[in-house]
Design a protein around this ligand. Structure first.
Ligand SMILES: CC(=O)Nc1ccn([C@@H]2O[C@H](CO)[C@@H](O)[C@H]2O)c(=O)n1
Length: 105
């Protein structure tokens, strides 16, 4: 089965240890709803590595990212800003997807 959402492999360990509890996505991935359960896969081969439940989807502008967002990404704010500008260069509207991990698969 295909995943409902994918992550770069380097973030999987933080998700599986519950250190990463948000992801920040663009409009194309802002359609998830609270309560929805998502199969989570690796970006490089689509293998599923866990299931998460969406808690909320909240719009955020890149300039409004805070230390609180960074903490939930298990990063410093500077690291998070660098990651966002690599993945979503020039994007003005992003969405914070909060989640809890349900199982490992
Ligand atoms: C694989 C794919 O399609 N897209 C993305 C997009 C984002 N992210 C991570 O979410 C947080 C904020 O964007 C950071 O931790 C990002 O690295 C990811 O892992 N994969």
């Amino acid at each position: 089965m295909k995943p409902d959402i994918t992550f770069y492999r380097r973030f999987a360990a933080d998700i599986l240890s519950d250190k990463k509890t948000i992801t920040i996505r663009n409009q194309a991935e802002s359609h998830f709803n609270p309560g929805e359960k998502l199969r989570v896969g690796y970006e490089d081969n689509n293998d599923i590595f866990c299931t998460i439940e969406v808690i909320s989807v909240v719009p955020v502008a890149p300039g409004d990212l805070t230390n609180d967002h960074a903490r939930q990404e298990n990063m410093s704010l500077a690291e998070l800003q660098a990651v966002i500008s690599q993945i979503y260069p020039g994007e003005q509207q992003l969405y914070v997807i909060s989640f809890r991990r349900i199982d490992e698969c």
